[in-house]
Design a protein around this ligand. Sequence first.
Ligand SMILES: [Fe+2]
Ligand SMILES: [Fe+2]
Length: 270
Amino acid sequence: MNNSEKIDFPVQVAEGIYWVGSHEQGTHLYCNPYLIVVDDKAILIDGGSRSDFARVMMKILQVGIDPKDIVALIYQHYDPDLCGSVSNLIDICENPDIKVLSTRDDKTFISFYLQKNRFRLIENIEDYGNTFTLNKRTLRFIPTPYAHTNGSFVTFDAQTKTLFSSDLFGSFSYYKENIFFDLAPQCYTCTTLEKCPDGKEYCPILAMDQFHRKIMPCEKALHYAMSQIKKIEIDTIAPQHGNILYRRKDIDFFIDRLGSLDKVGIDGML
Ligand SMILES: [Fe+2]
Ligand SMILES: [Fe+2]
């Protein structure tokens, strides 16, 4: 049984925030779009790939949101695993005023997912002062350049202290039993990640190290992103891949770990 069969329903992450993701069959990449519900309206963050579209939409309906009430689609960078379904989403939302929000730099590439007559729907978060407010709920956008695209950013919901971190804090793998992170007490001081002292097959710390070494371009970009994230008081980190971090101890641990991770991208090759 794969994970999408195990968790075939939306999962509440924080007040008004729902995981509406699925497991990409045939890969280990577990994609996590998130729906933020404010009164009877909603915002979708990193909406998912084309092949995820039907499953994501099913979960949005299960939350009780009519697609017509989605007012904004936020894309924290331009990769196909989060942007692939943008055209399908615009079609099904049938909202002529829907906004597709991203950075000026990422907009260049996101436009390639759309027909020309829809380019006007893409708006720059910079033009909103790096914030977006829906019925008094304000999301703040924090630039994390080159982590991993030039226009990458993360999104902070002050009301629930949730950080939507896109590829940051992601993993290629995930706990199969649960979408939430579950680090054992002895893991924080473990020095033999390649060979788990407890005999477990999956090491979530190693998985996160490997993901960032592969996906991020260099140490400087990753360390800078962590220095910006460290300034924020966060209760939950909701990444686009892997598991959701919800314990302060785990959040601090991984901010510090990724903030000094070596052999990242080109730095691990030269
Ligand atoms: Fe990406
Ligand atoms: Fe991704």
